[in-house]
Write a protein that binds this ligand. Sequence first.
Ligand SMILES: Cc1cc2nc3c(=O)[nH]c(=O)nc-3n(C[C@H](O)[C@H](O)[C@H](O)COP(=O)(O)OP(=O)(O)OC[C@H]3O[C@@H](n4cnc5c(N)ncnc54)[C@H](O)[C@@H]3O)c2cc1C
Length: 400
Amino acid sequence: MTRNSEALVIGGGPVGLFAALSLLERGVSVEVFDAEGERAVRGYACGLHPETLRTFGRVGLMPSILDAAHRVDRVLIRNGAHVTATAEFGALGGPYPYALTLRQFDLEELLQQALERQGVKVRRHHAITHLYPRHGCVTASGHARLDGTTTSEREPGDPRATRPFRREADFVIGADGYFSACRRALGADLTAVRPARAFAVCEFNADLRKWQRDASVTFAGDGVNAYWPLGSELGRFTFQVWEDLDQPLTLERVRELIRQRAPWFAPNPEQLCWGGLATFEHRLARRFGEGRIWLAGDAAHSTSPIGFQSMNRGFCEGDELSRSIARALFEAGRPDEHFEQFEHEQQAEWLRLFGLWQNPASLPWDPSELAPCIPASGADFEALVAQLGPPSSAGALLLH
Ligand SMILES: Cc1cc2nc3c(=O)[nH]c(=O)nc-3n(C[C@H](O)[C@H](O)[C@H](O)COP(=O)(O)OP(=O)(O)OC[C@H]3O[C@@H](n4cnc5c(N)ncnc54)[C@H](O)[C@@H]3O)c2cc1C
């Protein structure tokens, strides 16, 4: 069988779409498969880290992203009502010294359009079920639905028509999310790093004229919460919650959560645009890949939603993998070396993002509480955390 392309990307979520763009930019031919039809995600991961913006800039995405997104200049760390520290994105330098907010749905639209301009259309309703690594290539097999229904619309065993398909490529990037079939094919379970936490996520309209440039992460005895402005009159709060997980999130409940947990926030939400309760695991794959099959994004990890780390780190992983794949295809030398380095770097990075850094005594904050809330990774993460310094006495909750 001849190869269909040099790389297959499994999963047309944000990470898979970007990984495909990054592969194309490096001259690697790619096909993208997604099990479902058009995606119905809403705000979800609505923050883009400065490092993501630099990576997007390299593939020419930034003009359209800047047109659609909202700029955030700093994150205030609060303990209750008191601001105990500030992390300024401006101190990071570079072409995009700020974070952006953009609803995940809108981001995916822009990524998909960019991919289509390069002649690659996501093949939807194509679920990969098996990957067979062979000498020099990978065979992916699965089934394509012919009637256009999505998995959630079907009962198990529903006989509606499917057709088997097979593709062959040099490499596979598995960006197929939390229930990843690619991770299953690798036999690389997700290991729990710490217990799951539940969060209420809501987007609302309010008069936010004075609340446009600063995000806030608030630590208090009843858990962490975060405010991010989304532009114009739209804002987003994420609250750690413990109870009433099956109660719908109403405007009244959002107002009450703000009164109790973020009393410093003066605007009164006028309309709830979207809200949901979800449990977020803190898990990491035992390994990111092997040979010719590699994972990126939620397929390899999940964490707290506060710092938008799982998706943004997924963009870095997709980019690094595309570089390793291009080197393996087009440069002389031992290709395994690049992938081994990738594995090593990602595992180390995630230990840091889970707050499991090697020398906890070097930082006066409790790393496991603080780290998942920082909207950055890598060197930017270090630079933002360095700005926080020792918390003032009002920040004692975060101390070891
Ligand atoms: C209610 C909710 C709120 C959220 N809020 C936040 C937040 O505030 N902050 C935050 O950081 N994150 C949040 N998230 C998580 C965020 O959405 C994810 O981190 C992000 O979507 C990960 O992107 P991804 O591309 O790695 O995976 P996904 O977005 O999960 O995309 C994976 C894609 O792979 C496809 N797929 C799956 N299996 C197969 C297969 N076998 N074959 C082919 N395709 C397959 C799926 O159809 C899907 O399109 C939220 C998630 C939810 C559900």
